[in-house]
Ligand binder design. Structure first.
Ligand code: PMP
Length: 321
């Protein structure tokens, strides 16, 4: 495609990049899917496009309509990009704990940004419940509902997984990533297992999330906390339903940040913390599986989205990191 007809056509088909340090340390080929190269700058562009296509196909989203969503930021950015290109308004509800860069990006893209205080999911003021309420009160609006709308994981079943399979010539033997909605992990797992059921699928969970204990002991409970954004789930979303994993890892922020720093300094890759946690998980999976394996993970978004947080030593020190 020499000339893309529009920005939407540039979503997906991201390259795989060999992670030299992680590969050398483990004797495996560890590959990162460069999702930060999507037009909106993250893996969530794929889900945003599938959710909007699905709402249009169902006749829920009409010309000039509005898309409302609760998000840690990246899904909102994806919806704002696709929405602008298709003539929709976007209203994005986001906890005020998320990075300033994501807030500014949303405003720059023309989204209406509603910042709410961080609250537990059980609280009616939680950003997800807030976004559902706003969608209900706004004429011509649809609620994207990324957590429980399985158009999200379908994006990864139909695009991310087949891309990984083709780009590795079917040699991929392991895959891991962290979970926000679960669309990426469940969708890639389903898509890759349809090609080869022996591919080992692992969850890389940040501290403070409940899924590690769910997959390890069948109980939704958590310990610790994380400064990562966009990941760390406490419930089984519709996107996660039916997913079984072969291994699960709990990754402390310090381990993820260590990889963020190393990949930046040694390989020129500037990434967010969820990518660092994913790479840490890929290294653990590689050690568990042994040399010679081909392991893929997701490089979810760019570090430029976190210059004021994880790339700021004062901020890290204030967080005790
Ligand atoms: N990393 C970042 C930076 C994200 O914004 C998200 C999405 N919330 C994820 C990882 C997780 O992706 P998913 O929602 O598909 O689980």
């Amino acid at each position: 495609m020499a000339i893309a007809p529009d920005i939407i056509a540039l979503i997906g088909n991201t390259p795989l990049v060999k992670l030299r340090g992680p590969s050398a340390e483990t004797g495996c080929t560890i590959l990162g899917k460069a999702e930060f190269l999507n037009p909106g700058g993250s893996v969530k562009d794929r889900a945003a496009l599938f959710i909007i296509d699905d709402a249009e196909a169902q006749g829920l989203l009409k010309p000039g309509g509005t898309i409302v969503e609760g998000t840690a930021g990246n899904t909102g950015i994806g919806l704002a990009v696709v929405g602008a290109a298709r003539g929709y308004k976007t209203i994005i509800v986001m906890p005020d704990t998320q990075s300033r860069e994501k807030q500014d990006t949303l405003r720059a893209l023309g989204a209406e940004l509603v910042l709410v205080p961080a609250a537990p999911y059980s609280n009616p003021c939680h950003y997800v419940h807030n976004s559902r309420r706003i969608a209900g009160e706004t004429p011509g609006a649809v609620w994207a509902n990324q957590f429980d709308n399985i158009a999200n994981r379908r994006a990864h079943i139909q695009t991310t997984a087949p891309e990984i399979w083709a780009q590795t010539d079917g040699k991929v033997t392991g895959f891991t990533c962290a979970v926000g909605t679960g669309g990426t992990l469940a969708g890639v797992a389903m898509g890759l297992r349809a090609e080869n059921p022996a591919i080992r699928i692992a969850l890389s969970d940040p501290e403070g999330a409940a899924l590690y204990n769910w997959f390890a002991h069948g109980e939704l409970s958590s310990e610790g906390s994380s400064v990562s954004e966009g990941i760390g789930q406490s419930r089984i979303t519709a996107n996660l339903e039916g997913l079984a994993v072969d291994a699960q890892f709990r990754i402390p922020d310090t381990e993820g940040l260590g990889w963020v720093r190393r990949l930046n300094a040694e390989e020129g890759l500037c990434l967010g913390l969820s990518s660092g946690i994913n790479v840490a998980g890929a290294v653990r999976l590689a050690r568990e599986m042994g040399p010679g394996n081909t392991i893929v993970t997701i490089l979810c978004d760019s570090g430029l989205r976190y210059l004021s947080t994880i790339y700021n030593d004062d901020w890290l020190a204030a967080k005790g990191l």
